[in-house]
Design a protein around this ligand. Structure first.
Ligand code: MG
Length: 217
């Protein structure tokens, strides 16, 4: 009996959902097709790298790319959420990097196979500790963010350039997956993705606030 009680009250883990191909200029740089619906993939929670911790370059890839992204934090449970109510389901926005082993991803794409190892490996999701409450933004359709590598701006995005809005993404995702408080949604990367190298220092900004900072070792 005790076993069953334990099972049903067990802690639910947050999930990481991610959107691919959500910025037109980034689709062009990778020669991808523009999607009719959001491209969805997931990362396990073991992918999270706490802000400030070094990223250790793994030996299974020779071509890991940075993809700076805005990250939504889901604030209440919902499924089949209508787009017009979707804004009630996230309460804050943080900054993350969707590290991608481009060589492994290309191999999978060539064979029409899933991307999991290319996207979900350990520490593939550096994440800001700080999430900014939605109420602090003047306009969610005009948020700036950027990534600097060794002091040079490599990626610069604005939410006005997204193909699918935050609300559309939440409505679409929740058709397939029940969203729960604490879940994270990586909302896609703007153009300028590129390889990282050992010794690089990566710094991410949401508007003018530095939210991410770590080294590649
Ligand atoms: Mg991405």
């Amino acid at each position: 009996m005790h076993f069953w009680i334990h099972t049903f009250t067990g802690k639910k883990h947050m999930r990481i959902f991610a959107i691919g191909r959500n910025y037109a200029e980034h689709i062009k740089e990778l020669n991808n097709e523009r999607p009719d619906e959001p491209v969805i993939f997931t990362k396990p929670d073991t992918a999270i790298l706490k802000n400030g911790s070094p990223f250790y370059y793994p030996d299974f890839s020779k071509d890991i790319h940075h993809e700076i992204e805005l990250v939504l934090k889901i604030s209440k449970e919902g499924k089949n959420i209508e787009e017009k109510f979707a804004s009630k389901y996230f309460d804050s926005i943080g900054l993350g990097i969707d590290f991608t082993a481009r060589d492994l991803q290309q191999k999978a794409k060539d064979k029409g196979l899933p991307w999991d190892i290319a996207k979900g490996f350990n520490s593939s999701a550096p994440l800001s500790d700080k999430f900014i409450p939605v109420g602090e933004f003047k306009n969610l359709s005009d948020i700036n963010f950027k990534l600097e590598v060794d002091g040079e701006t490599k990626q610069q995005g604005n939410t006005s350039l997204m193909l699918f809005s935050f609300n559309y993404i939440i409505a679409y995702l929740s058709k397939f997956f029940t969203l729960r408080a604490g879940d994270l949604i990586f909302t896609g990367t703007p153009k300028g993705v590129g390889p990282i190298h050992i010794g690089n220092k990566l710094v991410g900004y949401l508007e003018n606030e530095k939210l991410l900072e770590f080294e590649v070792k």
